[in-house]
Design a protein around this ligand. Structure first.
Ligand code: BES
Ligand code: MN
Ligand code: ZN
Length: 529
């Protein structure tokens, strides 16, 4: 078997609609037949808060709460056998949910992932997760469908495994069969079973698509070259029903994309331009959402080469592009009502004999000239041509996603992506969607004054603005290629990869922005045109 086939085999391709490995029930807790039943437990709750639960543990819950062996701190876990013969579950697990007043879909999603990961560690085969929407602060009707979707996403995110290249026994068991138990539903809840089913399958699809993006971001640079990335990204998106076209280095040059061509020149591996389209029959002519993702399959820095320490991490420099591919799959599977175009320019940034050199001037497809001061600022170059192409294909509203700058990691750390853009209402649309999708973003300013840092002596613009405000000048470079359209840029350099494991996110690729991009395509009725 050739190398290419070998790793195509590694992609799990969830079929559409996805396999029903999550079921939802509102049966009594006693009758839920699972190996481990996870119950979120909130601050200040007494053993008696949930009728019959302490008896089910033979008094272990009261004992553990009394002795402080278990508190309700977020993600703390207390597992105990079921000691009551009337219960079908094998074990009960209590997971700290923090303050009930803070219980929302974002917390529910994380609790579900933490529960899923913990049960894989324990090799649980059938996992029950108890959703207690009644614990959410009641402000009108509780959005049970929203909670259900978030939990399905969370449980699915726990299925990701980053260890496909380990040949020994897996450190974790396979993903269990999930049952979500709906408990203490508020009487006012207007949810119909079909709405709940739809929420469940939506969460499942969004979780699976996030995991597909994580698999791509996890692939090493030798396996995932621009050509291979294009093939696999195309398989991901077209498997969901989106149409995909891959342009080779000749076609890229014919389009005049001097920036993408320039970055690609340092490598023996030719660049690619991946073009995704979702064109539902009967969709309006506008708006057309244009998603653009950075697809650098490895970033050595080029001639402005990076230090050796930590350079291996630069295999995930295509995480933005993977997010676009996976989001296109979700958008097609879920049937977004508008046209969506996805553009992923892909190259390997290497210091080969043909590489761009500091001081070189490149001409973008749009015609603007760029002085390359630092060849390590390659992401903005390829995205410049990518944004132009999205516009050329008719995009009316733009969002780009990129592991663009170390500076955003200095500014926001690993817990939030940088949110940039214009005009304000479009930034706000994306911010709201991201919050709901569980991708934390934080707005950054684009004041005109910063633009001066990008002045070049010799060309229209320089590709770096020096150290101050490095994430902002990178964003301002991209803005030059947005053609005045509503445009948002997400800098995910700090969020695409978890350096430290936490209860709801193992070390490795996070799948950032997939759910935001996909959900955005369902909000067009709230956009200005
Ligand atoms: N891919 C990097 C940005 C990055 C840094 C991603 C750390 C993830 C973690 C990008 O291409 C880059 O090298 N940016 C330079 C820009 C500079 C030369 C103006 C940077 O941030 O140092
Ligand atoms: Mn770089
Ligand atoms: Zn890069």
């Amino acid at each position: 078997m050739g190398a290419a086939t070998a790793f195509m085999d590694n992609i799990r391709m969830p079929s559409a609609p996805s396999a029903p490995s999550i079921v939802v029930t509102s049966a009594r807790l006693t009758s839920v037949d699972v190996d481990m039943l996870v119950v979120p437990w909130f601050e200040g709750e007494e053993p008696s808060s949930l009728e019959g639960i302490d008896e089910a543990t033979g008094g272990e819950l009261a004992r553990a709460l009394g002795s402080k062996e278990f508190s309700s701190c977020p993600f703390e876990l207390f597992v105990t056998p079921v000691a009551h013969s009337a219960w079908k579950a094998g074990r009960l697990a209590f997971i700290g949910g923090g303050a009930a007043a803070a219980f929302d879909t974002a917390v529910a999603r994380k609790l579900a992932t933490a529960a899923g990961l913990a049960s894989r560690q324990r090799r649980v085969q059938r996992l029950g997760f108890v959703l207690r929407p009644g614990m959410a602060p009641a402000s009108g009707d509780v959005d049970v469908a929203g909670f259900l979707q978030a939990i399905a996403e969370g449980l699915t995110l726990a299925e990701f495994s980053g260890s496909i290249y380990k040949t020994g026994a897996p450190a974790q068991g396979p993903a269990p069969h999930f049952t979500i138990v709906l408990l203490d539903l508020p009487d006012t809840s207007p949810e119909s079973p079909t709405r709940l089913e739809a929420a469940l399958s939506r969460g499942r699809i969004l979780g699976e698509c996030s995991n597909l993006a994580r698999e791509l971001a996890n692939e090493p640079g030798n396996r995932l070259t621009p050509r291979e990335f294009a093939t696999r990204a195309a398989a991901v998106a077209s498997g969901g029903g989106a149409s995909v076209e891959i342009l080779d280095e000749r076609q890229i040059e014919e389009l005049g994309m001097g920036l993408l061509t320039g970055v690609g020149r340092g490598s023996d591996e030719p660049p690619r331009l991946i073009v995704f389209r979702h064109e539902p029959p009967g969709a309006p002519a506008r708006p057309v959402l244009g998603l653009v993702g950075k697809g650098i399959t490895f970033d050595t820095g080029g001639i402005s080469i990076k230090p050796a320490d930590g350079m291996e991490r630069m295999k995930d420099d295509m995480a933005g592009g993977a997010a676009v591919a996976a989001a296109m799959r979700a958008i097609a599977l879920l049937g977004a009502p508008i046209r969506v175009i996805g553009i992923v320019p892909s190259a390997e940034n290497m210091p080969g004999g043909g590489a761009v050199k500091p001081g070189d001037v490149l001409t973008s497809a749009e015609g603007k000239t760029v002085e390359v001061i630092n060849t390590d600022a390659e992401g903005r170059l390829i995205l410049g041509d990518g944004l132009w192409y999205a516009r050329k294909l008719g995009a009316t509203h733009l969002v780009d996603v990129a592991t663009l700058t170390g500076a955003i990691v200095v500014a926001l750390g690993k817990s939030a992506s940088g949110l940039f853009g214009t005009p304000e209402w479009w930034v706000e649309v994306v911010r709201r969607v991201a919050d709901r999708a569980g991708d934390r973003v934080w707005p950054m300013p684009l004041y005109d004054e910063y633009r001066d840092q990008l002045k070049s002596e010799i060309a229209d613009i320089s590709n770096t603005g020096g150290r101050p405000a490095g994430a902002i000048t990178a964003a301002l470079f991209l803005k030059e290629f947005s053609g005045g359209l509503p445009w948002v840029h997400l800098d995910v350099a700090g969020t695409a990869w978890a350096e430290e494991a936490c209860p709801y996110l193992p070390k490795g690729p996070s799948g950032v922005a997939v759910r935001t991009l996909a959900e955005l395509a369902f909000t067009a009725n709230r956009w200005k045109q």
